[in-house]
Design a protein around this ligand. Structure first.
Ligand code: PLP
Length: 452
């Protein structure tokens, strides 16, 4: 067989792709009919496809390329580490410098006393770790019956059996018989879609208090943890009302429920601070990280746990681990990424300079007849598409493809935005410039004009 390269005609690449490659979150027959968009290279915030088209990536890949594409330093860090020690594990009383250095750096960056990282290769794996970790923690404290994890409808925590069970995505539960036992879901704090006549503050409080009701129903002595994304990402960038997180924190503290902040999307500068727990003043016992940790240049994730949780876990053997927990190359890439984010003040500038500009431009989209609200935190935003701004109505189910049409129109206008239902979401690389933001919003407007 000939070598398959970027230089092959697009149609041939598409045919091979459809013949042999099963894609995630894709109807593969539709892909075979239409052909995949094949991305061949990228620099900064710009992707190039196999036809030579340049596309502004307003999603930073899958919410992960925080530093932007094409940073040679990260490639060099990977190569150095591959030459020196391409692999070794961290099982059975062994360690290596990249894992030591990265866990030390994370202890410095993470808020409060989150000082101990258990590594994985993805957010899904990290959340699977969390399920076993919180149940083991309570068992070690002599409370093995404390094993129910409360999560939220429409939350997303990954695709493995455990993490998808924590997630509250109905179509995911429908495939494969999820959720696993002892996971309970409460409603999301989605004021625009579900708040009716209530004020956002009143609604936020009400939705947070569902946690307390669930604890009462399940029994305080059976609840191990509550897990949530500070801002629901894949669920449509749902920024909770200001009353939500303080009330959740109060309830977790009162009932001694471990609080897991899933910062897989919101971590590493996305909301203008290193972590959204700082943006919302959340004090998690465990934080899930992945994506922006390496800006997507290498697969790595983890769970950062507090001193208190580590103290209990340190006394037992946690019978858990992945071949690639603390993979040295992934750790070296992540370290280099964090070094650049830190030294070039990428996070600081994104929060102080880029985010206010982006907010102003993004909110201007509410002037478009199809946009019911535009909401944004740092560089993570969404717009709600509606046929009727006054009632905040959603499109009817049979025309509920507005988001899909808009996403395709974005592509036609050289812009990647994603849709969840009728919400369009953005999460560009943190290094996006003001003029690139202008281009992003101009193209989004054109795509909206073409959404019928
Ligand atoms: N948690 C959150 C909040 C996510 O958004 C995602 C992925 O989008 C995950 C976990 C799963 O991460 P991964 O896809 O790396 O397994």
């Amino acid at each position: 067989m000939n070598m398959i390269t970027n230089h092959m005609p697009t149609a041939e690449l598409q045919a091979l792709d459809a013949a042999h490659h099963m894609h995630p979150f894709t109807t593969n027959n539709e892909l075979a009919e239409k052909g995949a968009r094949i991305i061949t290279r990228a620099k900064g915030v710009t992707l190039t496809d196999s036809e030579g088209n340049e596309i502004l990536d307003a999603m930073a890949g899958l919410w992960c390329v925080n530093l932007g594409y094409g940073r040679d330093e990260l490639a060099e860090a990977a190569m150095r580490q591959m030459k020196e020690l391409p692999y070794y594990n961290t099982f059975f009383m062994t360690s290596h410098v990249p894992a030591i250095a990265l866990s030390t750096k994370l202890a410095e960056l993470a808020p409060g006393n989150l000082n101990h990282t258990f590594f994985a290769s993805s957010g899904s794996e990290a959340n699977d770790t969390n399920i076993r970790l919180v149940r083991t923690y309570w068992a070690e404290l002599g409370k093995p019956e404390k094993k129910v994890i409360i999560a939220r409808k429409n939350g997303y925590h990954g695709s493995s059996v455990g993490s998808a069970s924590l997630g509250g995505m109905k179509p995911m539960h429908a495939q494969g018989g999820l959720p696993i036992p002892d996971v309970h879901h409460i409603d999301q704090p989605y004021w625009y879609g579900e708040g009716g006549d209530k004020s956002p503050e009143e609604f936020g409080l009400e939705r947070a208090q569902q946690l307390e009701q669930a604890i009462h129903e399940i029994g305080e002595d059976r609840v191990a943890a509550f897990i949530a994304e500070p801002i629901q990402g894949a669920g449509g960038v749902i920024i909770p009302p200001s009353t939500y997180w303080p009330e959740i924190q109060r309830i977790c503290d009162k009932y001694e429920i471990l609080l897991i902040a899933d910062e897989v999307i919101t971590g590493f500068g996305r909301t203008g601070n290193w972590f959204a727990s700082q943006t919302f003043d959340i004090k998690p016992d465990i934080m899930t990280i992945a994506k922006g940790l390496s800006s997507g240049y290498a697969p790595i994730g983890g769970s950062i746990v507090s001193d208190e949780v580590a103290k209990v876990m340190d006394a037992c053997e946690f019978v858990h681990g992945y071949t690639y927990s603390g993979h040295p190359v992934a750790c070296a890439v992540a370290l280099e990424n964090l070094r650049i984010l830190d030294e070039e003040k990428v996070v600081e500038r994104a929060g102080a300079e880029t985010a206010p500009y982006m907010r102003q431009k993004w909110e201007s989209l509410t002037d478009h007849p199809l946009v019911g609200e535009a909401t944004i935190s740092g560089l993570m935003g969404s717009i709600a598409l509606t046929p009727d701004k006054a009632s905040r109505a959603a499109f009817a189910a049979d025309s509920g493809t507005a988001g899909y049409i808009c996403r395709e129109s974005c592509f036609a206008n050289s812009l990647v935005m994603r849709h969840t239902g009728d919400r369009m979401v953005v999460s560009p690389p943190l290094v996006i410039t003001k003029s690139e933001i202008d281009t992003l919003v101009d193209r989004a407007w054109k795509a909206l004009d073409q959404t019928h």
